[in-house]
Design a protein around this ligand. Structure first.
Ligand SMILES: [Zn+2]
Length: 189
């Protein structure tokens, strides 16, 4: 994998970046460019290591701050940089295959915790289509399990009343279903 990471100069024109303090800026730049990072911005790095490299004593509150302003998410030793693709110039099918390959190597519980879905995520990285943040919110509400069979595997966000039947994209019309139950439900419709 290439060791080159891009940082778009427009970061210095973004209000949220201008507003955070120097330590927070350093941690964010570290997250974008360190040697453990990958080209999709979802990778493993420990807070301890960040403290060693940045010489900042307590990185945890900085992580919480960056999470609160919706710039990163973290789970165990995994990090997800939410605007990562804004800074990366991705093009072409070969790049898409690489991104798919890296995505497939991420453990399932990490993917579920970050509320990622492969197709949506690939579009997010390649085409910079925003990720619908509601997915994680609904998964959290439903306890990261299928509301029909309690399975915790292959969770999907489902419209209770389908959009094709006039269902709205609002919280009350969403539920968490596993892939199996979702397929069963679509077959009945
Ligand atoms: Zn199910």
């Amino acid at each position: 994998m290439t060791n080159i990471r891009y940082i778009n100069s427009k970061i210095w024109q973004k209000n949220w970046f201008l507003e955070i303090d120097s330590y927070e800026k350093l941690v964010y730049i570290f997250l974008l460019s360190n040697q453990y990072s990958n080209i999709i911005g979802v990778y493993q790095v420990s807070i301890k290591l960040i403290e060693v490299f940045t010489k900042i004593n307590n990185v945890e509150p900085i992580f919480k701050k960056l999470k609160n302003i919706n710039k990163i998410d973290f789970y165990e030793n995994w990090i997800f940089i939410k605007d990562f693709s804004d800074y990366q110039p991705f093009k072409g099918n070969k790049m898409k295959q690489t991104i798919e390959k890296i995505f497939k190597e991420i453990p399932r519980d990490v993917i579920d915790n970050f509320g990622l879905v492969e197709k949506e995520f690939i579009d997010f990285v390649m085409l910079k289509k925003p990720i619908n943040g509601i997915r994680k919110e609904i998964f959290e509400r439903d306890g990261y399990k299928c509301v029909k069979c309690n399975s915790k595997k292959y969770l999907e966000l489902d419209h209770i009343i389908p959009v094709s039947k006039g269902g709205k994209s609002v919280r009350s019309n969403y539920q968490t279903l596993c892939q199996k139950c979702n397929i069963k439900k679509s077959n009945k419709l």
